[in-house]
Design a protein around this ligand. Structure first.
Ligand code: AMP
Ligand code: MG
Length: 485
């Protein structure tokens, strides 16, 4: 039973075993009249926290009171932002500790929007309520979709007004992640630290996330391979579910393989690989179809930062690192292809699958079909949602080929449809639904739409009647997202 006094907190601070070059001790700023607007009781239970007390603890999730055992820090890191290398660090986040759960798992508990740190540069260290609710909703939606992600434990609204283009109500998000070690953390060590600093970071990260490598002699190269493999799986998953991260800078790439840093992310409606929503992504660098390639670019930056550990001789290290990045390229394609097979109920793999899959995607693009609903309709055998696509001759021909394939598989066709149900979400956090929920919450203090959407997204593969209203296609509009600042 959790101790009432400490509410189940079991905080450690192993990151602070690293040289202090990697962090700065910092206290969250005091906030005015915090109110606990959203609280994730299920996640709290997984973390071993006692909600009977915590759900009435806005002071704690605002950073006004720190939990027992907390030694708060801001982490240092660098990153390539839209291709430009720069020093960054937690400018508006404080890591209050690493919660070790009853199952022995370790999670960073971080307050986002809790005031300035030495890494804030010109920023105010604060966050607005809308973007923090958005991160909560989408990260929990991603978890429901079974995509590796940081989680959200709480959102506290403060009485403060945050200066953006207009004044906005302030908020603090409690973010939970396997860790916040990023590609950018390694770039920081590589650029401004000693080789010992870099090695200390690599050894720490390997022990925390890839303990099976600890005793391997060439562990740094193997580590690069593992991280690249995780990234490949993650980005393939984004593609399969239609998720556009929006700002896959190297500082937003977690070594754990989780999705982190929900800013201008959004889900694809109509299928078009060129889609991007972020208002600051002028060139579409992080467009949907570019994500697998950007993953390779980011892995190349990660590889560069590890070169001195991979081999004393740079000339030896470079070809080894290149191979690892090439392995990523193969993996991301492989994960995607396997995932697409599952989305189409294909269990007997064949060479022709890729052609079959790409033909469908080409037709979806040509007929402006909705990505999620096309697969949903195929899964439900109700070809009504995308009339343009489904009534075309080209699609009918494709459908026949696909059905022939399913009929002639080693598994019964019903099994194929069951598989499709497990891999094609019936609902996603659609942009217009997210906006409606956030507008009601922020402008009217009405959290009902937010909670209803959150609940529906808990199991997007359920195909229940109640979820149907969330599968409705969006009204046509130009959707733009803004960085969650
Ligand atoms: P992001 O775009 O959220 O990945 O953030 C990029 C960098 O900007 C990180 O170092 C953040 O900590 C920092 N940052 C973002 N917003 C703020 C803010 N309001 N105040 C201070 N730093 C910020
Ligand atoms: Mg970031």
């Amino acid at each position: 039973m959790p101790d009432k006094r400490n509410q189940g907190w079991n905080l450690e601070d192993t990151y602070q075993q690293l040289p202090d070059f990697f962090y700065t001790s910092v206290k969250p700023a005091k906030s005015d009249q915090p109110a606990l607007d959203v609280y994730n009781e299920k996640l709290a239970a997984e973390l071993g926290l006692d909600s009977s007390h915590l759900k009435n603890e806005p002071e704690l999730f605002s950073g006004n009171h720190l939990p027992e055992g907390s030694k708060p820090i801001a982490q240092a890191y660098a990153g390539h932002q839209f291709g430009n290398f720069t020093m960054l660090g937690d400018g508006r986040a404080v890591l209050i500790g690493e919660q070790v759960t009853p199952n022995g798992k370790r999670f960073d508990i971080q307050l986002k929007g809790s005031g300035k740190t030495p890494y804030s540069r010109r920023g105010d260290g604060k966050a607005a309520l809308g973007p923090m609710l958005r991160e909560y909703l989408i990260s929990e939606g991603m978890h429901g979709l079974r995509i590796p992600t940081s989680r959200s434990l709480a959102v506290v609204a403060t009485a403060e007004e945050i200066q953006r283009e207009v004044l906005l109500p302030g908020a603090i998000l409690t973010r939970v992640a396997a860790s916040h070690i990023r590609v950018g953390t390694f770039q920081y060590a590589r650029n401004w630290g000693s080789k010992d600093d870099l090695q200390a970071l690599a050894d720490y990260t390997i022990a925390r996330h890839y303990p099976e490598l600890v005793k391997e002699e060439n562990r740094y190269l193997l580590f690069l391979y593992k991280v690249a493999e995780k990234q490949a799986a993650l980005i393939a998953d984004w593609q399969l579910k239609g998720f556009i991260h929006g700002v896959v800078n190297t500082d937003n790439v977690a070594i754990s393989g989780e999705t982190i840093d929900y800013g201008p992310c959004a889900f694809l409606d109509q299928y078009d690989p060129k889609t991007f929503f972020s208002s600051i992504d002028h060139q579409g660098r992080y467009a949907y179809g570019n994500q697998p390639g950007i993953g390779a670019w980011n892995m190349a930056r990660f590889a560069e930062s590890l070169l001195v550990l991979i081999d004393d001789e740079e000339e030896q290290a470079i070809p080894k690192a290149k191979e690892a990045v090439e392995a990523y390229v193969k993996s991301v394609e492989g994960y995607w292809l396997d995932g697409m097979r599952l989305k189409l109920g294909i269990v007997d793999k064949s060479e022709d699958d890729k052609g079959l899959i790409n033909n469908l995607l080409d037709l979806m693009e040509k007929y402006y079909a909705d990505y999620t609903n096309t697969f949903r309709s195929l899964t439900l055998k109700q070809l009504d949602s995308e009339p343009g696509l489904f009534q075309s001759t080209a699609f009918k021909e494709w459908y026949q080929l696909w059905q022939d394939k399913l009929q002639n598989q080693s598994a019964p066709i019903e099994e194929a449809y069951q598989l499709m149900k497990r891999h094609n979400p019936s609902i996603i956090p659609r942009n217009y639904l997210v906006e409606e929920a956030l507008t009601a919450a922020v402008e009217e203090g009405d959290y009902k739409p937010f909670h209803a959407l959150l609940a529906a997204l808990e199991n997007p593969y359920a195909y229940t009647k109640e979820q149907e209203k969330y599968a409705v296609k969006p009204p046509e509009q130009d959707y733009q997202t803004f960085c969650g600042t």
